[in-house]
Design a protein around this ligand. Structure first.
Ligand SMILES: NC(=O)c1ccc[n+]([C@@H]2O[C@H](COP(=O)([O-])OP(=O)(O)OC[C@H]3O[C@@H](n4cnc5c(N)ncnc54)[C@H](O)[C@@H]3O)[C@@H](O)[C@H]2O)c1
Length: 343
């Protein structure tokens, strides 16, 4: 059997997994799932956006920055990890347009630093948080993995750059990588224990729920003249626990020397106005809207074809209705109106 075909470590004994950005929104939900499946996790996060309270108490937590090569190198040498899951990144599209060099530094240069340390310590498996932003304005819908990648903002370009770098490392030193291209991560843990607390509040569902929480008067809708059924932008809202399941499957399947990429979405699109209507139904609040002009750089419609992930890893999203996604988010935000800080 060649190195490229070597099986992942025996799942029964659990893997040792090093998780960057595991105190953030998606990372913390994935850590919870991976720990529950019997793997041993170390979270590495500088808490620039994440929260220590979000980290599963069964995981080890180390506060540190990706740019700190000495600290990272020592941890990876001492920890003898089987795999890395890499969530840590900057992810505000608008900010990436204003501050592209910071995005290249944190998402590209710092990821290269992580790969250098992985190579030095012979860790050859990585599961990477990629994004549907790599497709730009898609040529076709639903979006399949093989569509052209033409990111229209620096954020998407940084993620595509890393996906391509992984493939070169597979050739050169046998890196195995699985890039999960998320659509819009949404919702919160079904048990209400953790949820999203990203400052500033950017994502549509948390923004909408600020209205019933009394933290915002109305929701601005940017563009009502798109070529979509109701004129507002359409996105694919994937529940964060379905994302976590995809990460667990990817972790257990990633193979040295192989470069894989999967869309992670529901396969259905919902417009901004539909999301607001669903939030009205869930919260019982009338949630006023302010209709405004389009924002530059917003593709009209993005939704996935998740067939490859289903066929290859047997993944199925459990949250199929947007109301069910919003219910979990509402449970979290209404119990923690100030997020982790003052809960
Ligand atoms: N949220 C989404 O809808 C979405 C969609 C597609 C892709 N993604 C990707 O998923 C990943 C996680 O996103 P999220 O929504 O959980 O964001 P998040 O900001 O909540 O999580 C990112 C975490 O990384 C940490 N971090 C950032 N830079 C770091 C550094 N230099 N050193 C150490 N820690 C650092 C932050 O403190 C934070 O805890 C990101 O890579 C993002 O690009 C997110």
């Amino acid at each position: 059997m060649s190195a490229a075909e070597a099986p992942p470590p025996d799942k029964g004994h659990g893997m040792k997994v090093f998780v960057t950005g595991g105190a953030g929104y998606v990372g913390s939900h994935c850590v919870k799932r991976i720990v529950a499946a019997g793997h041993q996790v170390t979270v590495y996060d500088n808490l620039s956006k994440g929260h220590m309270q979000a980290v599963d108490p069964k995981a080890e937590f180390v506060r540190g920055d990706l740019a700190d090569a000495d600290k990272l190198g020592k941890l990876l040498r001492d920890g003898r990890y089987d795999a890395v899951m890499h969530f840590a990144a900057a992810l505000d599209v608008g900010e990436s347009v204003r501050e592209p060099l910071w995005y290249f530094r944190n998402n590209v240069v710092n990821t290269i630093g992580l790969l250098e340390q992985m190579k030095a310590t012979d860790i050859k498996r990585i599961v990477f948080s990629s994004t549907c932003a790599i497709y730009g304005v898609p040529e076709d819908l639903p979006i399949t993995e093989d569509l052209p990648k033409n990111p229209i903002n620096p954020y998407g370009l940084t993620k595509l750059t890393m996906e391509r770098a992984f493939a070169t490392c597979a050739e050169a030193w046998g890196l195995g990588s699985t890039s999960l291209r998320y659509f819009n991560a949404s919702g919160a843990a079904a048990d209400g224990s953790i949820g999203q607390d990203y400052q500033p509040v950017l994502h549509l569902i948390p923004v909408v729920l600020q209205v019933p929480l009394g933290q915002r008067k109305a929701v601005s809708v940017f563009g009502t003249d798109y070529p979509t059924p109701d004129g507002s932008c359409v996105r694919d809202y994937i529940h964060v626990e379905d994302l976590a399941e995809a990460h667990l499957l990817a972790l257990e399947a990633v193979k040295e020397g192989r470069t894989e990429a999967y869309n992670v979405g529901t396969g259905r699109g919902h417009s901004v106005l539909e999301v607001i209507a669903a939030a009205r139904a869930v919260t019982g609040h009338n949630i006023p809207v302010e209709l405004g002009a389009r924002r530059p750089g917003d593709p009209p419609e993005l939704y996935s074809d998740p067939q490859k992930l289903r066929d290859t890893l047997g993944w199925m999203p459990r949250y199929r209705e947007i109301e069910a996604v919003i219910e979990t988010a509402w449970r979290w935000h209404s119990a923690h109106p100030d997020g982790f800080g003052k809960a």
